[in-house]
Design a protein around this ligand. Structure first.
Ligand SMILES: *Cc1c(COP(=O)(O)O)cnc(C)c1O
Length: 475
């Protein structure tokens, strides 16, 4: 399988190149040259299979010869063996036609583990074959940092440096990062804000000498392999509920548009996806788009579903590429207008086409809290605020002819204990495997908001092989 950029001006790449590159050189995002196709018979055959086995079937055509089948199988088995539920992504029925897909059984209790756990292993494998090492540098406001750290810990070809704003992340979030004591994981508490952290990461990438010397890389949300990994659970849920012989709707709490784009991809590959309901909080750029056809930037305000507090949805560009019949020039024009004026629009014909599949809803914090309380009362299920936006969207918007809708539970309620307790009166507890989080040893280095100091620190940790070799030998 080859990969093309949504802006049409970057070189066509193979899977391993796309994996390591992330963003395309023309500023675009990579997509497979064509969507692999599964027949109804093949999809029916997924029923009852273990998660990792379905994952192998779905992922194999994308990886296309770059990773040997036996290696890919082993990597997928290892990736999902560590999850906290035997079914990996179990379904629970909430009412006559609504199911909840729990995507919080990975190490950090949020759905990003389903992709990042695989991504870390794929990086490691591809880098080892090439005889390369990378330094992953990232900034986090709390939530995604732990998933990236868990993905990279103990990987032989990767060092990871994660910056968080000192004193500005919650204790659960901090501990999920700083209690990972693997020798290749470096937590940095920066004396500054999240924006400062992001600016410093950007500055390190822009310092080309440093970037090359350290072989800097990122595992950000636009990496194609993350989308690929997420396509798997749509197939798993679909066949469990009767696909390909029953059409399925999905309600997806959406920020960067990566997760719901994976659902769209599953549909393009043959799964009968009848409707996609995009849920947002009051940062509703996507909902406004599906109402008006105009993508218009606005400010971001904080909500109780912080992982969806976004100003732009970078992965939407992938859908736009298909909307414009894969014409990179049209995507370039739209994105240029967005950069210049903060807005772009699609035509009526394009919007109508999108609306055949997509609907969108928004819920403010009060409505989200009310949904948490109501689902608890109706079903006994305690939802986190992101998941509650999904079930609220399913409640509001499923088309009458559809008999099965899957709402995605993207985080465990114990990741957002204060908001959940306030909404429901119930304090969610951490699952058993994380119950001792508050007693674990932490390791973290505080650094000033200063580029040279950060670079010195990273260089010194990387260039001290005796220590890291010892640590690695001991691990
Ligand atoms: C990242 C995240 C989302 C949004 O997913 P996108 O792929 O960015 O649309 C929703 N819920 C949770 C808990 C998340 O961490």
């Amino acid at each position: 399988m080859k990969y093309v950029s949504t802006r049409g001006e970057a070189p066509v790449l193979s899977f391993d190149e796309v994996l390591l590159a992330g963003l395309a050189r023309d500023g675009g995002l990579y997509l497979p040259e064509s969507w692999p196709q599964f027949s109804a018979e093949e999809i029916r055959g997924f029923a009852g299979k273990p998660y990792a086995e379905v994952a192998f079937a779905v992922v194999k055509p994308f990886v296309g010869g770059v990773i040997a089948d036996a290696d890919l199988k082993r990597i997928l088995d290892e990736t999902y063996a560590g999850f906290g539920h035997k079914a990996v992504a179990p379904l629970k029925q909430l009412d006559q036609r609504t199911w909840l897909m729990e995507l919080f059984h990975g190490p950090t209790l949020a759905f990003k583990d389903y992709a990042l756990q695989l991504l870390g292993r794929l990086f490691d494998h591809v880098l080892a074959e090439r005889g390369e090492r990378v330094t992953i540098v990232g900034a986090t406001s709390g939530d995604t940092g732990s998933a990236a750290i868990e993905a990279c810990r103990d990987r032989a070809q990767i060092d990871v440096f994660m910056l968080h704003p000192k004193g500005r992340v919650s204790e659960v979030q901090r501990r999920q990062m700083t209690t990972v004591l693997a020798p290749n994981v470096y937590n940095i508490a920066l004396e500054g804000t999240f924006d400062d952290c992001q600016d410093q990461v950007k500055a390190m990438f822009n310092d080309l000498a440093f970037r090359d010397a350290m072989n800097l890389s990122a595992v950000n949300s636009i990496n194609w392999a993350r989308i690929m990994a997420q396509i798997v659970y749509y197939f798993v849920a679909g066949v469990a509920l009767g696909a390909p012989d029953r059409a399925i709707a999905f309600a997806v709490p959406t920020g960067n548009f990566g997760n719901v784009f994976a659902a769209y991809g599953a549909g393009r590959m043959g799964l009968p996806v009848a409707q996609l309901i995009v849920g947002s909080n009051k940062n509703d750029i996507l909902t406004r788009f599906f109402e008006s056809g105009s993508m218009t930037m606005a400010g971001v305000s904080p909500t109780i579903s912080p992982s969806m507090d976004i100003q732009i949805s970078s992965n939407f560009e992938r859908l736009l590429f298909d909307v414009y019949n894969r014409d990179g020039a049209q995507v370039r024009r739209a994105l240029q207008s967005f950069r210049q004026s903060g807005a772009y629009s699609v035509g009526d014909a394009e919007l109508q086409r999108l609306r055949r599949l997509f609907d969108a809803q928004r819920f403010d914090d009060d409505e989200t809290s009310a949904e948490i309380a109501r689902r608890l009362e109706e079903t006994g299920e305690l939802l986190d605020p992101h998941s509650a936006i999904a079930t609220a969207a399913a409640r509001a918007e499923v088309r009458p002819e559809i008999s099965a809708v899957v709402a995605l539970a993207t985080a465990h309620p114990a990741k957002f204990p204060d908001a959940v307790e306030k909404a429901s009166g119930v304090r969610p507890e951490l699952p058993e495997r994380l119950a001792d989080l508050y007693d674990r040893e932490e390791r973290c280095t505080t650094l000033p908001n200063d580029l040279a100091a950060l670079q010195d620190y990273i260089r010194s940790q990387k260039n001290d092989p005796p220590q890291s070799a010892r640590a690695r030998g001991a691990a």
